[in-house]
Design a protein around this ligand. Structure first.
Ligand code: ASP
Length: 326
């Protein structure tokens, strides 16, 4: 039987940030307050069986592979515990969608793993962290949603779809065309739709099988735009890039100069995926495609997927991984 305990893991972000004055919503420093203080600031959580652990303390714009590995490892440990119903992670908004996708891919948890955040620092008059944290715990405790989700501004978003869509608004996240999975109202969850099944053909990438973070393949995103220049891609190939995601225009179309360079990169063994820089929708494959598409993933998530695929391939073939980033 699954227990009732919720573990809240702190990683920093604006939710743990402080500003010089409570009316200043821009000039603040992220990751100043410990997760214990964040939980203590929500009196409604006092009576609940909540355990806390500070895993990281950073501005999520600076998230790196080492951070992801540490966080995923702690999530895995707590999710394994019988007395734990679910795990909540307090996280910065900037790369939340990337961490959510990474955790989804390497853990694929059967319990709720809920990321939450804030768009205003903890001492702001508009502070949204306490309500988001309360909602996230309600989602984790409800047992009605499993897997990795993000909770912000009363909405629950799936890890594959969630995207930060606004740099300032409190409801900064959306789920694209599909819409959120659920809303949280007065601590109650109202389900709007069920999670889509995992993408077909996805290769297994499990935490235990990943090499140390320093040995992960180097994968970057390049954007196709007017006046795109092939030298960027050629330079990356010379420096030893392992994979490239191109954020294409429209339906994943790529400037002719960039496409020629990307095809040269493929010839030299660099894996390339084509996503779209459009905010919504996905690249629809068609017969004449010369570069593989990202199977509906946004550029930042396609980058993670490609890294994990390259590592899964390396395990399967025992081939050495591409040289690490300089
Ligand atoms: N820079 C902050 C972070 O991502 C922004 C936020 O949390 O809203 O950590």
């Amino acid at each position: 039987m699954v227990g009732q305990k919720i573990v809240v893991l702190g990683t920093g972000g604006t939710i743990a940030g402080t500003a010089p004055s409570e009316s200043d919503t821009l000039a603040y420093t992220a990751a100043r307050i410990g997760v214990g203080q964040l939980v203590a600031a929500v009196p409604a959580l006092a009576a609940a069986p909540v355990e806390i652990e500070q895993v990281l303390q950073l501005d999520s714009k600076d998230m790196d592979a080492e951070h992801w590995v540490s966080l995923a490892a702690r999530c895995a440990v707590h999710l394994e515990r019988d007395e734990v119903a679910g795990v909540v992670v307090t996280h910065g908004t900037d790369t939340l969608e990337e961490t959510a996708y990474f955790l989804h891919r390497v853990l694929a948890p059967r319990k709720p793993l809920v990321l939450t955040c804030a768009m205003r620092p903890a001492n702001s008059v508009q502070s949204d962290g306490p309500q988001n944290l309360l909602d996230a715990v309600a989602v984790a405790r409800s047992g009605r949603i499993v897997g990795v989700v993000a909770v912000c501004a009363g909405r629950v978003h799936g890890a594959v779809e969630v995207v930060k869509q606004h740099p300032y608004r409190l409801d900064a996240f959306c789920s694209g065309e599909g819409g959120p999975l659920a809303v949280v109202e007065e601590g109650r969850l109202r389900i709007l739709r069920v999670l889509p099944p995992d993408s077909p053909g996805r290769r297994e990438a499990r935490l235990a099988s990943l090499p140390p973070a320093r040995d992960w393949p180097w994968v970057e995103i390049v954007t196709s735009h007017a006046c795109a220049d092939a030298r960027l891609v050629d330079g990356l190939v010379r420096l030893g890039i392992g994979g490239l995601v191109v954020a294409g225009t429209g339906n994943g179309s790529v400037h002719h100069a960039l496409e020629v360079a990307l095809l040269r990169a493929v010839d030299q063994g660099v894996a390339v995926r084509r996503a779209t820089r459009c905010a919504q929708g996905m690249v629809l494959p068609h017969g004449g495609d010369v570069l593989a598409d990202s199977q509906g993933l946004s550029p930042v998530k396609a980058r993670i997927a490609l890294m994990l695929d390259l590592m899964a391939d390396a395990v399967t073939t025992s081939a050495p991984l591409s040289p690490p980033a300089p």
